[in-house]
Design a binder for this molecule. Structure first.
Ligand code: GLC
Length: 544
């Protein structure tokens, strides 16, 4: 099997605003990423994915693009991005850009033209609709709360926004829109990047505009023409190039994900799905406080492992991104230094031994925690602020809302990377745009690099193992002890090789089932096994 197969890669996600600030304005920038390129090489990842760096009013931190061809001045210049790609390539690191083409900012020229002139050809770039009565055209809800249609009195029409009111959905049924977007992708291919992450790409085909029983999801999720459009996009852009692509799929199915990522269908290389992260929701509702449902987590991860591979499709595997709380606080335990260290390593091992392309989100590799904010003024994210107001209006108690936000807010992931124990965690010489958790004196990259037992060293080892051993990329998966209360156990098989992975998700030692045979060579381990019991938050991988 080819050494250069993209399937063997590990991707590192960078949220530029919170990565590293070189100007002192409290926000990260492209030069800041360039400055840390040696660190990324030291970590050993193959790709870096930059969340959007284009011109944007930043109402959704760049996922609201006003010009696909310009770089947001706050991040730097196009020359900075050129240097970044050059410096990455020099170190054999590849660069993926984030492409947000389900919607544009309402500041985009297309939308501005469309909005001010009903007869403009750009009007049909978006969904403007009239309503027969006083209500919006449909009862669909925005993913950030409230109705998904915004009324414009001057034309007596509404436009569709599945996200913020400043993120207007593009009309993919219009071929001009599609081709204008393919031009964008081709521009960045010519620029020299190596791949793309496509934002909420399974929402682009809207289907019928009808009232919904499920806030609209059933009409636009994996919509009627989505596969046709992705195939067409592939053929007009990256399809014949050596590029890795990943689509972010909202509320999707295994069946659709196989279609999106099956190599013979010429759509995308791989997909993200989020089902395994909705295991601390109540009845599918995010803005609730709930504990991890461990059985559900195992069941969903394994269902996808068994469902999507064997030549059918390809999944991204991940615990963290810029929209999710920090995994060590969420499914691990950040209550003591010992439990943070152990649970972060255990979670990393469980994930990196699965089949798929692992994504590491900045700071995850040093076990960064949620900031545990206690005041609404500490939050910055549009979704969190909307949720706060919606819960207030629904009569929730302030303390309850703050508890929910501290568990679920996207800002949990967006605090700056903790580089050192110095002022502002070495992130900025000014003042950070969002508060930095006060644990940076202990949890920082500098300290982790000096400590041979650090979480960072576990991540480096896991990345090396994937590069070295084909079984991790190509081996089949066999789930074991699925009903066990605390243990996550599975095997990988390739030809005559077998690896056994055992992880203890509980804060106490757990007896290993009597029929588990541990003979073989230990590939990686954290914590210990004593008298037939595996330590709290410990994991072990044995090659048998
Ligand atoms: C994706 C992004 C998220 C953004 C949304 C709208 O889910 O990851 O950050 O708010 O799309 O673009």
């Amino acid at each position: 099997m080819a050494q250069n197969d993209w399937r063997k890669s590990v991707v590192y996600q960078i949220y530029p605003k919170s990565f590293n600030d070189t100007t002192g304005n409290g926000e990260g920038d492209l030069q800041g990423i360039i400055e840390k390129m040696d660190y990324l090489q030291y970590l050993g990842v193959d790709y870096i994915w930059l969340t959007p760096v284009y011109e944007s009013p930043m109402n959704d931190n760049g996922y609201d693009i006003s010009d696909y061809y310009k770089i947001n001045e706050a991040f730097g210049t196009i020359e900075d991005l050129e240097t970044l790609v050059f410096e990455a390539h020099k170190r054999e690191l590849k660069v993926m850009l984030d492409i947000v083409i389900n919607h544009t900012s309402t500041e985009h020229e297309w939308f501005k033209e469309a909005y001010k002139n009903k007869n403009s050809p750009y009007r049909d770039y978006y969904f403007f609709r009239r309503s027969a009565n006083e209500c919006p055209p449909t009862n669909w809800e925005s993913k950030f709360g409230g109705n998904a249609w915004k009324y414009d009195a001057s034309t007596d029409e509404y436009y569709l926004h599945l996200f913020d009111v400043t993120q207007a959905d593009l009309n993919w049924d219009n071929p001009e829109v599609r081709h204008a977007l393919y031009d964008v992708i081709n521009y960045w291919i010519d620029f020299g990047v190596d791949g793309f992450r496509f934002d909420v790409i399974n929402l682009i085909s809207k289907g019928e505009f009808k009232d919904s029983e499920k806030i609209g999801k059933e009409f636009y999720t994996d919509g009627p023409r989505v596969h046709e459009y992705l195939h067409e996009m592939n053929r007009h852009t990256f399809g014949d190039k050596d590029m890795m692509t990943v689509g972010e799929m909202s509320s999707t199915t295994i069946g659709d994900c196989i279609k999106y990522s099956n190599e013979h269908r010429q759509e995308l290389s791989s997909v993200f799905n989020f089902h395994h992260l909705k295991v601390d929701y109540i009845n599918g509702e995010k803005w609730t406080n709930a504990k991890l449902d461990f059985h559900k987590l195992k069941q969903i991860l394994m269902e996808w492992q068994l469902g999507i591979y064997n030549g059918k499709g390809w999944n991204a595997i991940f615990w963290c991104n810029h929209d999710q709380p920090r995994v060590v606080s969420r499914f691990g335990d950040d209550s003591t230094e010992e439990s943070r260290q152990q649970s972060a390593k255990m979670l990393a091992t469980v994930l990196h031994m699965l089949q798929g392309t692992p994504y590491i989100y900045q700071g995850e590799e040093i076990g960064m925690t949620d900031p545990h904010f206690t005041d609404i003024n500490q939050y910055r994210d549009v979704e969190s602020l909307n949720a706060y107001h919606n819960m207030k209006n629904a009569g929730y108690d302030e303390q309850e809302i703050l508890k929910i936000l501290s568990q679920k807010s996207r800002d949990n992931a967006r605090t700056p990377v903790q580089w050192t124990s110095g002022t502002q965690a070495g992130f900025t010489s000014g003042e950070s745009w969002i508060d930095i958790p006060n644990n940076f004196d202990k949890i920082n990259v500098e300290a982790a690099m000096q400590d041979e037992q650090s979480i960072l060293q576990t991540y480096r080892r896991l990345i090396q193992l994937r590069h070295e051993y084909d079984i991790i990329t190509y081996g089949s998966v066999e789930p074991l002890y699925m009903n066990h209360e605390a243990l996550f156990v599975y095997k990988r098989h390739l030809d005559d090789e077998t690896w056994l992975i055992i992880a203890n998700f509980s804060n106490e030692p757990v007896d290993l089932p009597a029929d588990i045979i541990l003979t073989g060579e230990v590939v990686i381990q954290n914590g210990h096994i004593e008298n037939g019991a595996i330590g709290a938050y410990s994991a072990i991988v044995v090659a048998q």
